[in-house]
Design a protein around this ligand. Structure first.
Ligand SMILES: Cc1ncc(C[n+]2csc(CCOP(=O)(O)OP(=O)(O)O)c2C)c(N)n1
Length: 621
């Protein structure tokens, strides 16, 4: 195998062109086999194999800086920089990250995970390089999906202004996670179509040039006009008009062609955009047929492409079912997604009510303000976004929704620790950033029934409401606790004394385990499901203070500004009250791994919490 010759960065430069072709095949085989065991972003990586090889033929690592947008397509880069042997640990606790990490390799120039940052980061490096008088290449690779994100345009605008040597590669596979959306995507589609006439265009230009005396000036004139003929002759006019040199479109599976264009781009002064056409899932039929399913896949059977395990209903499934019911019964309900229709469970709603689902692209900020407009127009928008991506839209939630007290429901999926995607994707800040906003109502369900009940409650409110729920299997315990949802009211699940566990959302299940363990050791403990982070059930907190010395709060969120701190603050204003101890994520970023392992690391699993409570009890005695 040619792949065996690749041991360290830059080894790929020693190969012949023919060996590079074989290397691409070897890497594909390796990725399919390895990811069938570990799971990972298969389809995007299969599409970027030749592109990455070409980049590694031209660039020197670690001197040159290569920035991968989102970073989910950087597996070949990891392989070519000596990390192949760690792939069995991909996305596992203590193992290789699924995204670029500067801490993992000096060849990873910038940590990514959230979309559309690569051009900004690259441009910053370019500017720093020139200020320091240094000499290296900076290349940002951005997908057509990531190019739907606003930051990418802000950065392109700035790149055109700064006029620095900078290469941007647009990896265009016509797909975001699902089919890409929007006007830019359509524009790129037109270039693709026009490019099938490349030979004809060259022919036309050459023919014009041959016309004696006027030929050359005619070609020049066409270049200077804004006519559609120009688009026919020069694709990428939009980028050219902005001040970037456009090269392409280039076949993203032809290594030699890409090497040639990359070398040309390095020679050109100013910012250059290379438009590369690739195919998502290339080389593995199930991924080519179902690129969305293989965007971020769990372990799968290689022969069939089917997942190795089929779990129980997830919170996303429950949300999906409720939305379908809303679709039938509530004609004003509309749904907004930022490029995550299948992931957030909106696919079925979209199939049934296509005119009421809006996929706005990877544009969380726009999604939220767009929803504000929908609400003002009399609709009942539900914005379904992953917790970590909603961070992008903090100001839009605050300024455009909360300040005007608009009835927008935020379905905040993947809240808490998400596991293998790691620190860029953990949704552990939302309780903090959502609870600080005036007018916001903030809830988290303890189990699958409560999510459904909370959704029905939320859609009836006259102001903004956020419901946050975790990734994965929905808890189906505590079914008998289904008192109607009332604004700002929690529920007592088990009445004890002295110690109370006040839990929110996913931590109610953990608190239930803690409660059982404490009861076994003879401790009479109270278990409360708070339901609301905002407004807090202060009446219930007052009741707890009457016969409890210690209130332990439990949340899957950072401690800073979270649920526990709110309870602590509430009691701190009383002359007398129980001691409060907070179980939450401390002031650090949490890496990737299984959720179980990560919860242990954070001392947030039931056993660790029991030990902590034992210590806290001793401190109080
Ligand atoms: C801010 C943000 N929102 C959503 C996502 C989820 N996400 C990851 S990759 C992706 C699609 C990216 O499409 P593209 O850039 O074309 O890359 P491809 O996978 O097609 O190679 C999305 C929506 C994200 N990473 N960041």
């Amino acid at each position: 195998m040619v792949l065996d010759k690749i041991k360290k960065p830059n080894d790929v430069k020693m190969l012949t062109s023919a060996e590079c072709e074989q290397l691409a095949g070897d890497i594909r085989q390796f990725l399919i086999e390895s990811l069938s065991e570990t799971g990972g972003h298969l389809a995007s990586n299969l599409g970027a194999v030749e592109l990455t090889i070409a980049l590694h033929r031209v660039l020197d690592f670690p001197e040159d800086k290569l920035i991968w947008d989102v970073g989910h397509q950087a597996y070949t880069h990891k392989i070519l920089t000596g990390r192949k042997d760690q792939f069995a640990t991909l996305r596992k606790t203590g193992g290789l990250s699924g995204f670029p990490k500067r801490s993992e390799s000096p060849c990873d120039a910038f940590d990514t995970g959230h979309s559309s940052t690569s051009i900004s980061a690259g441009l910053g490096m370019v500017q720093a390089r020139d200020l320091k008088g240094e000499d290296y290449s900076v290349i940002s690779v951005i997908g057509d999906g990531a190019l739907t994100g606003g930051m990418a345009y802000e950065a392109l605008n700035n790149a055109a202004e700064l006029k620095k040597n900078f290469i941007i590669i647009l990896n265009d596979n016509e797909m975001s996670i699902t089919k890409n959306v929007g006007g830019m995507s359509e524009y790129l589609g037109n270039i693709r179509t026009a490019s099938s006439y490349t030979d004809l265009k060259v022919g036309v230009t050459n023919a014009l040039k041959k016309i004696p005396k006027v030929g050359d000036s005619m070609v020049d004139a066409i270049h200077k006009t804004k006519s559609s003929i120009k688009q026919f002759l020069i694709p990428g006019m939009l980028f050219e008009n902005m001040g970037l040199t456009y090269l392409g479109p280039v076949d993203g599976h032809n290594i030699n062609q890409m090497v040639k264009v990359l070398k040309e781009a390095k020679r050109k002064p100013g910012p250059v955009l290379i438009h590369v056409l690739t195919e998502k899932g290339r080389g593995y039929v199930p991924a080519m047929r179902h690129p969305a399913r293989f965007h971020g896949a769990g372990p799968f059977e290689i022969d069939t492409g089917l997942p190795k395990s089929n779990g129980k209903a997830t919170y996303t499934d429950i949300f999906s079912t409720v939305m379908r019911k809303f679709g039938d019964r509530e004609p004003d309900v509309v749904a907004v997604s930022a490029a995550m229709v299948p992931g957030t469970g909106l696919k079925r709603f979209g199939n049934m009510f296509p005119e009421r689902l809006f996929d706005v692209g990877i544009a969380e900020e726009h999604a939220v303000t767009f929803a504000a407009g929908l609400a003002l127009g009399g609709m009942r928008p539900v914005v379904a976004v992953y917790s970590s991506f909603l961070q992008r839209a903090v100001d839009q939630i605050l300024h455009d929704v909360c300040m005007q007290n608009l009835p927008v429901v935020f379905a905040v999926d993947r809240a808490g620790l998400v596991g293998s995607d790691g620190e860029t994707h953990h949704g552990c800040f939302d309780l903090t950033y959502l609870s600080m906003m005036p007018n916001m109502t903030l809830m988290a369900p303890k189990n699958k029934w409560e999510l459904s009940d909370m959704m029905k409650f939320a859609i009836k409110q006259e102001g903004p409401v956020a419901i946050r729920y975790p990734r994965g299997e929905a808890y189906d315990g505590l079914e008998e606790y289904r008192a109607p949802i009332e604004m700002g009211k929690g529920e007592i699940i088990h009445q004890g004394k002295k110690i109370a566990l006040a839990a929110i959302g996913s931590m109610v299940k953990t608190a239930q385990e803690v409660c059982e363990k404490l009861k076994e050791s003879g401790c009479e403990v109270t278990l409360v499901n708070m339901r609301f982070v905002k407004p807090l059930d202060t009446k219930l907190l007052d009741e707890l203070s009457e016969n409890h010395d210690l209130v332990v709060t439990l949340e899957e969120n950072v401690k800073n500004g979270g649920f526990g701190e709110k309870i602590l603050e509430y009691y701190s204003e009383k002359t007398q009250g129980p001691k409060v101890r907070i179980v939450a994520i401390e002031d650090h970023f949490v890496s990737h791994g299984s959720v179980g392992d990560l919860m242990k690391q954070q001392q947030m699993d039931a056993d660790s919490i029991v030990s902590r409570i034992d210590r806290w009890k001793e401190e109080l005695e």
